[in-house]
Ligand binder design. Structure first.
Ligand code: ZN
Length: 377
């Protein structure tokens, strides 16, 4: 139950805001805490994004791989727009996704969510065991039983979003993203559009699309309609630091401020069940960081995958940009320690004081994880 005073202030604010006020994530009268004023669904009980908690996820091996058609190289035109909240690429309806239950969805658009503000770390919307990734990619689809996106968006089974999380690989440019990133400067101002010619969307997604989380949620922006079947891929996309920084710093919103931190906070699960067709995360961690030999040795031991990557807990009074941890995966022990220090395990979130004081840095593969230092400030 909402305290009366909050309710009253919301009503007053709502009257002031009126229609036509642009929603935002953190500034002005319609920041995300106030979205429900103008868009009541944003206060609903099956909202997105959520924290994907491995220990709560229900393993469902019968979920088959998503079947993507027409995602490969297409030589047509892909209009790309700065809509003031993100960059959005229009997709042809020749691109479709068929889910495990046989439902066919047609692609409509893809867009991105990122972080990048000076006091910020990462900007994915979904988090995995409390960890926020650097960027999140959303490919929005509508159910092919409807005639158009406009029709489907009002229907309870109207939409599906294929989501992918991005990790940073410091110096390796992802050439599949070069065209997209080089055209961001054409759409610096909100409302500007350009056209990308010839794009391979499949290449812009994770290499392995077999494993994913699946749950029922909503749009993560107003009007927050609760009709989205979410598919969050377990494998990640890798971009270079430079590419990530380009995305974080190229676009301006309607107030001519750089679009940064365009992600919504995670929402309550409210008894929903998140399913996944894998038990331990099959890709990131292990295949990203292990060399072949270690990987092999590991597989032979038949134990659950545990990345032999070292992380060091570094004491720091302030975050420095060059040390900003970018969605690094953190070993279980560190996570537990963070959790015991911060019940919500929001150590990487923008609200957490913890992230101001702690930096986790990968110090390279090869050895057994060190015992964890005790927290001391
Ligand atoms: Zn989105």
């Amino acid at each position: 139950m909402m305290p009366l005073i909050t309710l009253l202030s919301l009503l007053v604010l709502g009257a002031q805001a009126g229609h036509g006020v642009e929603w935002t994530y953190s500034e002005g009268m319609l920041d995300e805490a106030h979205w429900p004023l103008e868009y009541p669904k944003c206060g609903g009980r099956r909202q997105s994004p959520i924290d994907l908690q491995m220990k709560k996820v229900q393993y469902n091996p019968s979920l088959r791989a998503l079947n993507l058609t027409g995602y490969g190289l297409w030589h047509g035109e892909f209009p790309m727009t700065n809509n003031g909240h993100t960059v959005q690429i229009s997709l042809p309806s020749t691109m479709s996704m068929t889910t495990s239950d046989g439902t066919q969805y047609l692609a409509k658009q893809m867009h991105f969510h990122w972080g990048g503000a000076s006091s910020e770390i990462s900007g994915s919307e979904h988090t995995v065991d409390g960890m926020r990734y650097v960027i999140e990619i959303h490919v929005v689809h509508y159910n092919s039983k409807y005639n158009s996106y406009e029709e489907a968006q009002k229907e309870p089974d109207g939409l599906a979003v294929l989501a992918a999380l991005v990790e940073v690989k410091d110096y390796t440019e992802n050439a599949y993203y070069s065209k997209f990133i080089s055209h961001l400067e054409d759409i610096r101002y909100a409302g500007q559009s350009t056209v990308l010619r010839g794009l391979d969307i499949e290449d812009m997604l994770p290499g392995d699309l077999r494993y994913y989380y699946s749950y029922l949620g909503s749009l993560t922006t107003p009007p927050c309609t609760e009709n989205v079947h979410w598919f969050v891929v377990a494998d990640t996309v890798k971009l270079s630091k430079t590419q990530v920084e380009k995305l974080e710093n190229s676009l301006l919103n309607h107030q001519n401020k750089t679009i940064q931190n365009d992600y919504r906070r995670t929402q309550p699960l409210n008894h929903r069940v998140v399913e996944a067709n894998f038990m331990s995360r099959p890709h990131q961690d292990a295949s990203t960081h292990l060399d072949g030999l270690e990987h092999k040795a590991h597989n032979e031991s038949d134990e659950p995958l545990q990345p032999p990557v070292h992380y060091e807990v570094v004491k720091s009074e302030h975050r420095e940009p060059e040390h900003r941890p970018r969605g690094h995966w953190v070993p279980q022990g560190v996570k537990q320690w963070l959790k015991s220090d911060d019940q919500q395990a929001r150590s990487w979130d923008r609200d957490s004081a913890l992230s101001d004081r702690i930096l986790l840095e990968a110090i390279g593969p090869g050895e057994r994880p060190p015992s964890l230092p005790a927290p001391h400030y």
